[in-house]
Design a protein around this ligand. Structure first.
Ligand code: CUA
Length: 428
């Protein structure tokens, strides 16, 4: 609306700036940033904090939006006043440049008091809901304390261990230990979950954008948070505190299930690792399945390891993952189990019931039933699993398994890899 009153030079300037901006943006797009423009205004992505799925995240989102509206109002009022004054009192001609400044005012008590009152008002509007949100999100509301489900989450470089302290899992016979899983936290929906946050090494931060967060996992400090999922769902989590080489790929998932399905899952998880029954039926089916795998050397350094099928209906993918594969090759699985021991994988990983009791790496007792591997980075399927064990350092720089392979001179042949893949995928 001011364009027709602009000086010709100012108009030319504006046009130049617009042309430059268009040129930069379009060349960035053409240069192959692979920037999907629709992504720019999407607010419902997997890690959106604006489209929430639980009361804690909703409270945080409301507070954020309230602050946005208050500050936006201040911006519009101050910005438009500034724009008005700049345009109205600007120098229009060469003579204006040398004109005497207009008479200067020296304070207006009414305006000054009004501005102080408006500032205090804006602060109160933000402060009261902030305090309420801090109170609410800090711990489970008293009225719901009896219904709380408690889990422990521990951060490691670069993965998460989730322990269910109230659930005893069978090792062998009557030998039990608390149930622990890795990187996929399964919870009952519609129930408050209290998560005790610990770390084994450096500071991590626990964040599930659609549910709750962020709260740091700090050495020697007993932090916790609570969250609740309104409905069954599948949620993306992320370490939100820089913690070393692979911080950006330190991810996890939260799967919220209906109460009954959750307890059925717990029952399955507390059982020791599965043993594959001797082969029946078509003996060539598994070999055909492995023959079609993409070579692990074909994957690019940062190539995505999650399929679109999985991104679109993750909870269904999770449910499908609980079922054993058809046509497992029992001989190959047995070879994989022996390789797991021979290559000393068991020194770091636990597989309850299979004689593996390492504690420094993820528990793999029911590994095959998870949807992801390498801490939520790759989809759990034979192709991605082989990519991971073939060269873990290429997928997740600096990780302990890659270092362990080198330090302990562990070399896996192509056959070893396939056997390990068959074995690990059989651990449903
Ligand atoms: Cu753990 Cu960043």
């Amino acid at each position: 609306m001011f364009m027709h009153r602009m000086l010709p030079t100012a108009r030319a300037d504006a046009a130049r700036w617009i042309r430059a901006a268009v040129a930069i943006i379009s060349s960035a797009l053409i240069a192959g940033c692979k920037l999907d423009v629709t992504e720019l205004w999407r607010i419902d992505g997997h890690q959106s904090t604006l489209v929430t799925a639980g009361p804690v995240a909703a409270e945080q989102s409301h507070l954020f939006m309230l602050t946005v509206w208050v500050t936006l109002t201040i911006f519009v009022v101050v910005g438009s006043t500034l724009a008005y004054a700049t345009l109205k009192f600007r120098a229009r001609t060469a003579d204006d440049e040398h004109a005497e400044p207009p008479s200067q005012g020296h304070g207006n008590p009414l305006i000054e008091l009004g501005l102080i009152a408006a500032s205090v008002g804006a602060l109160v509007i933000i402060a009261v809901p902030t305090l309420r949100a801090i109170w609410y999100t800090y711990d489970v509301p008293v009225a719901q304390k009896n219904n709380v489900f408690e889990v422990n989450a521990t951060g490691y470089q670069w993965w998460f261990r989730f322990e269910y302290p109230t659930e005893q899992a069978t090792v062998t016979g009557s030998q039990k230990m608390p149930l622990a899983v890795a990187n996929e936290l399964v919870i009952p929906a519609g129930r408050p979950i209290r998560i005790n946050l610990r770390t084994m090494d450096v500071i991590h931060s626990f964040w599930i954008p659609k549910l709750a967060g962020k709260v740091d996992m700090i050495p020697n400090r007993a932090n916790f948070l609570w969250l609740e999922a309104d409905k069954p769902g599948y949620f993306w989590g992320q370490c939100a505190e820089y913690c070393g080489d692979s911080h950006a790929v330190m991810r996890f998932r939260v799967i919220a299930l209906p109460q009954k399905e959750f307890y059925a899952w717990l029952d399955e998880q507390t059982k020791p690792a599965r043993n594959v029954a001797p082969q029946t039926g078509d003996r060539n089916a598994p070999k055909a399945q492995f023959a079609s795998l993409r070579s692990p050397d074909d994957f690019g350094q940062n190539e995505k390891g999650i399929s679109n099928r999985f991104e679109v209906s993750p909870l269904e993918a999770w449910r499908a993952q609980q079922m054993p594969d058809k046509g497992e090759d029992a001989a190959l699985v047995a070879k994989g189990k022996a390789t797991f021991q021979a290559k000393t994988c068991l020194a770091c990983h636990t597989v309850r019931g299979h004689g593996a009791a390492g504690v420094t790496a993820p528990d793999l007792t029911h590994f095959g039933a998870r949807t992801t591997l390498a801490a939520g980075l790759l989809e759990n399927n034979p192709e991605q699993l082989r990519r991971w064990i073939h060269n873990p350092g290429a997928v997740k720089p600096g990780n302990k398994m890659a270092k362990g392979f080198i330090d302990n001179h562990i070399q896996l042949s192509a056959d070893d890899e396939l056997a390990l893949v068959a074995y690990l995928e059989s651990l449903k």
